[in-house]
Design a protein around this ligand. Structure first.
Ligand code: SF4
Ligand code: SF4
Length: 286
């Protein structure tokens, strides 16, 4: 079983469109949406949730008003402004340090596991998908990414799947690191703009750091052929293979509006380019 992550360095480059196309094209795989802060692969794959799991991370203080003698010690010691003047805990500000619980003379404060979100195992028209939803303002998305990747890996091993295909988070932060560890290849999707080149460089550097081969796809390459050439040259100069180019095509927008992948859309040229990209990527891993 091999794992591939689709990354972009930033959102809005067509990464999820590319991942959705691979979901439709590649047989015998498990899909994972690691963009847990703003998941959107489900819009294309319309999953039916089969399993639902809580995601807990860190702790928050809980204050039992019946036991509280209103001495104000918790308010005095909290350095995060999480205890209000009325002696209530503001969960959004509580950092879970536990100091208030330690100093409370009447044991009115307990530390409880923090429910940050949920993760799901779902069925789609293209097979199993593991995905998640992080609560608003919650942190630790890297930990949630690691958790859903582990779940996908276990399913793939148990059901003898050949591939785990991961829709990676945008950027290069902690969740991206979590989506990269242990993968066999990165498919980098970028657009032909100066910021696209900058973002591509950052992902290529990450790939180098983790010694993971990277292949490039320039999305909407024909809106700026000159910058496309520059990005592809930078890649080939830095040992990154060019898997393919996708042109700007109204069929992509139409497919997304209809909640379909581009492999289910109306553009034969796009479909054949996706097949070529997959053959290049797969060929490099054999
Ligand atoms: S656990 Fe720490 S951050 Fe949270 S309310 Fe208590 S002292 Fe403040
Ligand atoms: S330290 Fe304990 S008893 Fe004192 S105000 Fe806070 S919760 Fe109430």
């Amino acid at each position: 079983m091999k794992q591939i992550v689709v990354l972009s360095g930033k959102g809005g480059t067509g990464k999820t469109v590319m991942t959705g196309a691979l979901a439709a094209l590649v047989d015998n795989k498990v899909m994972v949406d690691c963009d847990v802060d703003a998941a959107d692969l489900h819009l294309l794959l319309t999953p039916t949730i089969m399993e639902r799991h809580e995601f807990k991370s860190g702790q928050k203080a809980h204050l039992d008003q019946r036991a509280c003698v209103r001495c104000g010690r918790c308010l005095e010691v909290c350095r995060f402004g999480a205890v209000t003047k009325n002696l209530l805990i503001d969960a959004g500000s509580c950092e879970g340090c536990g100091l208030c619980a330690r100093v409370c003379p009447s044991h009115a404060i307990t530390m409880e596991d923090n429910l940050c979100g949920e993760w799901f195992v779902s069925e789609t028209r293209f097979g199993t998908m593991v995905h998640a939803k992080l609560g608003a303002g919650e942190e630790n998305s890297g930990k949630l990414v690691a958790q859903i990747r582990q779940a996908a890996k276990e399913i793939a091993k148990k059901e003898l799947r050949d591939w785990v295909i991961i829709d990676g988070p945008p950027g290069i932060g902690c969740p991206v690191m979590a989506s990269l560890s242990g993968v066999n290849a990165v498919l980098l999707v970028t657009e032909p703009t100066c910021s696209g080149l900058h973002d591509a460089k950052r992902v290529i550097d990450l790939g180098k750091h983790f010694k993971i081969p990277v292949q490039l796809v320039v999305n909407k390459w024909d809106i700026n052929p000159v910058v496309t050439e520059q990005i592809e040259k930078y890649c080939t100069d830095n040992g990154v293979a060019v898997a393919g180019r996708l042109p700007f095509d109204r069929a992509v927008v139409d497919a997304v509006i209809q909640g379909r992948t581009i492999m289910e859309g109306d553009s034969p040229s796009l479909k054949s380019e996706i097949v070529k990209i997959w053959e290049n990527l797969r060929g490099a891993m054999l």
